[in-house]
Write a protein that binds this ligand. Structure first.
Ligand code: HEM
Length: 207
């Protein structure tokens, strides 16, 4: 029975490892250059960081009770969400630059990515309007506060959209990790956040 034999690459010794040849190390790009050119990991790094930050930003408000906690929590929420948006935009821009000449938004992951970026920016604009500009945009501070409930609903819906975006990434193999580990991670994230939601804050029941 013939065993499958790996044929060495031209630069490899027939026996032994590449290191045995005492060749100089392969040139490595600085991570900053890699982040901007996006040749290797940057869209993945940006994407995973964006999701991680978004989850942390929601957790920081789950729960807040005193006015001081609410104020501090919302300021931290705002700062983390801004960092998260920069990561989403970073991932999106690097992919679009690297796709020059190739068709855009053809896969489910591509379409969900575009929707996510649009939704994230709109969500943040509403967040800023309701909290920092309630009188100008909604007529009064209470008018701004009435929007909080919808911002929470859409914030959690956005997290579901992001979960679908990551699942769709496994279909085209760009995460380079097994699908089951992505599914398990997403389930744990959604359970962790979901069980901490105060139904009352979504306008449902008294809890
Ligand atoms: C894409 C960006 C954003 C997402 C995904 C998002 C998501 C969320 C979520 C899920 C909640 C509910 C947390 C809870 O259960 O209490 C929330 C609450 C809130 N967010 Fe955002 N948010 C974003 C951006 C912003 C920004 C930029 C601001 C500006 C200050 C903001 C202000 C608020 C406020 C005031 C609340 C309610 C706080 C409270 O319950 O006292 N959000 N957001």
């Amino acid at each position: 029975m013939a065993a499958a034999t790996r044929i060495p690459e031209a630069h490899e010794p027939l026996l032994g490892q590449r290191d045995d040849l005492n060749l100089p190390p392969e040139p490595r790009e600085k991570i900053v250059v890699n982040l901007i050119t996006g040749k290797r990991q940057s869209p993945r790094l940006f994407g995973v960081s964006a999701l991680l930050l978004q989850v942390q930003a929601a957790l920081i408000l789950q729960p807040t009770s005193t006015p001081q906690q609410k104020q501090l929590g919302t300021h931290i929420h705002y700062g983390i969400q801004l960092a998260s948006i920069l990561c989403f935009l970073g991932a999106f821009i690097v992919i679009e630059i690297n796709k020059r000449g190739h068709p855009h938004f053809v896969s489910l992951h591509g379409i969900l990515g575009l929707l996510t970026v649009i939704f994230v920016v709109l969500q943040a604009l509403v967040g800023v309007a309701q909290y920092f500009l309630p009188v100008t945009i909604f007529g009064s501070v209470d008018g701004g506060k009435r929007i909080y409930k919808y911002h929470r609903w859409s914030g959690y819906a956005l997290l579901l959209l992001e979960a679908a975006l990551f699942l769709a990434a496994t279909q085209i193999g760009i995460l380079a990790i097994p699908t089951w580990s992505v599914v398990l991670t997403l389930i744990l994230i959604l359970l962790g956040l979901g069980t901490r939601i105060k139904k009352r804050k979504l306008g449902l029941g008294n809890h």
